[in-house]
Design a protein. Structure first.
Length: 145
């Protein structure tokens, strides 16, 4: 059985650590804003096991002139479950949740390797690539809701 449901930020760590912070201390899996009330964390469960996570943060990027913006962070699917459509379902879940909460725009910093995935979901690159220390090359991406 497969299901997406809201989880705690601590529950994201098992997937974030294996996918996004491989070889780094578990403490690096805590992101600023994880514990704020308006931040939401969602998990994709396959047969009761959490195999994918995504978090959304109420965070305004001054580049965009929309009043109600959310940022996606910590999008990760365990390697053995990638390319099965789970990431797409998690992003769609976030979009539906945010549309129902009057959000105008979703934005995030996408790893270079994930840009094509997000473009297929209707997201657009904005500006030039930039490097996040110890993580790699990223692009600012967004989508109007």
């Amino acid at each position: 059985m497969e299901i997406i449901k809201e989880i705690t930020f601590q529950e994201t760590f098992s997937v974030r650590h294996k996918v996004l912070r491989k070889g780094k201390p578990i403490e690096t899996c805590f992101f600023d804003g994880d514990n704020l009330e308006q931040t939401k964390h969602f998990g994709y469960f396959n047969n009761g096991k959490i195999v994918g996570v995504v978090s959304i943060y109420k965070n305004k990027n001054s580049i965009f002139k929309f009043p109600n913006q959310y940022q996606i962070r910590g999008m990760a699917i365990l390697e053995e479950f990638q390319e099965k459509g789970y990431g797409k379902l998690l992003i769609k879940h976030c979009e539906d949740y945010l549309k129902n909460n009057d959000t105008n725009l979703i934005w995030f910093n996408a790893r270079e390797t994930a840009v094509t995935f997000y473009e297929k979901l209707g997201y657009t690159k904005n500006g030039f690539p930039f490097t996040i220390t110890d993580v790699g090359i990223h692009f600012l991406m967004f989508k109007n809701l």
